[in-house]
Design a protein around this ligand. Structure first.
Ligand code: CP
Ligand code: NVA
Length: 307
């Protein structure tokens, strides 16, 4: 049995296999074919943070596969009142076929998985957002940006930056990360990525200059400066991130046919300008839709691993 907690648990071949399945499933849906690959299976979705895309895509995804989703907010479950993770994991996983969790600490989702009888999927933690990266790379693939791309991530050294690091280091492409000083990526995650890169041939460049990062790249991406749980730091962060907005002049340094990605929600005129977000280069809504297709593939792939 496999879980989907971080991309680091997957080989390049496995990631590409899941994405091929996602592209196949997407084409079926577009032709109006809905195949019930997970007939009568239940997916518990535990949310300790807000969500639009993750909730809708997993819920619709499992429904299209012939299964059923349960939305469990920590506000309404005993988890929110202090029932231990190890008890919750054993109870929920004795009744459902898969569990998706969005929470704060990666170590909590790992604890849940270690007690779970069924596959557990990371729907975002403070450290990682692996399902998002599957949709992002799928969007790159569909738009011809999967042949040795140079990707620039401009902004906070957060869960998205970490997930890009792991993806690039496994697939073997060039990733340049530019964060303000003091907002760099986690050192241990960087170490893991550099170790992977030795094997895959990935080029990882870490710095504090957005212009340097974006120069002649194929993909430009960013994320909010204020992640969920950091709302109290807003004033300081907005000051510290000055000069890190992806605007037309920054995009102009990338290749002419570069694409712009953002996991959303986007905060206009903070991490990205309105004109970049609404430009032809911006594939944000394709990227968001691909959450549905990529996650359906993850659900089917994990179920197949169980035999
Ligand atoms: N990108 C993403 O995960 O969006 P939600 O927070 O709306 O789920
Ligand atoms: N970094 C953001 C991503 C939201 C999808 C956050 O954690 O809030």
């Amino acid at each position: 049995m496999r879980h989907f907690l971080t991309l680091n648990d997957f080989t390049k071949e496995e990631i590409l296999e899941i994405l091929d399945l996602a592209i196949k499933i997407k084409a079926e849906v577009k032709r109006g074919e809905i195949i019930h690959r997970l007939e009568d299976k239940s997916l518990a979705m535990i949310f300790e943070k807000s969500s639009t895309r993750t909730r809708v895509s997993f819920e619709v995804g499992i429904t299209q596969l012939g299964g059923h989703a349960l939305f469990l907010s920590s506000r309404d479950t005993q988890l929110g009142r202090g029932e231990p993770i190890k008890d919750t994991a054993r109870v929920i996983s004795s009744m459902v076929d898969m569990v998706m969790i969005r929470t704060y600490k990666q170590k909590d989702i790992e604890e849940f998985a270690s007690y779970s009888k069924v596959p557990v999927i990371n729907g975002l933690t403070d450290e990682f957002h692996p399902v998002q990266l599957m949709a992002d790379y799928m969007t790159m693939k569909e738009n011809g940006k999967d042949n040795n791309p140079k990707v620039a991530y401009v902004g906070d050294g957060n869960n998205m930056a970490h997930s890009w690091l792991i993806l690039a280091s496994i697939l073997g492409f060039e990733l340049r990360i530019a964060t303000p000083k003091g907002y760099e990526v986690d050192e241990d995650i960087l170490k893991t990525a550099l170790k992977n890169a030795k094997k895959s041939g990935a080029v990882i460049k870490i710095g504090n200059d957005p212009k340097e990062a974006v120069k002649e790249c194929d993909v430009v991406t960013t994320d909010t400066w204020i992640s969920m749980g950091q709302e109290d730091e807003k004033e300081k962060r907005v000051k510290d991130f000055k000069g890190f907005m992806v605007d037309n002049s920054l995009m102009g340094l990338a290749k002419d046919d570069a694409i712009f990605l953002h996991c959303l929600p986007a905060y206009r005129e903070y991490e990205v300008s309105e004109d970049v977000l609404e430009s032809k280069q911006s594939l944000i809504f394709e990227e968001a839709e691909n959450r549905l297709h990529a996650q359906k593939a993850i659900l089917v792939w994990l179920d197949n691993q169980r035999g």
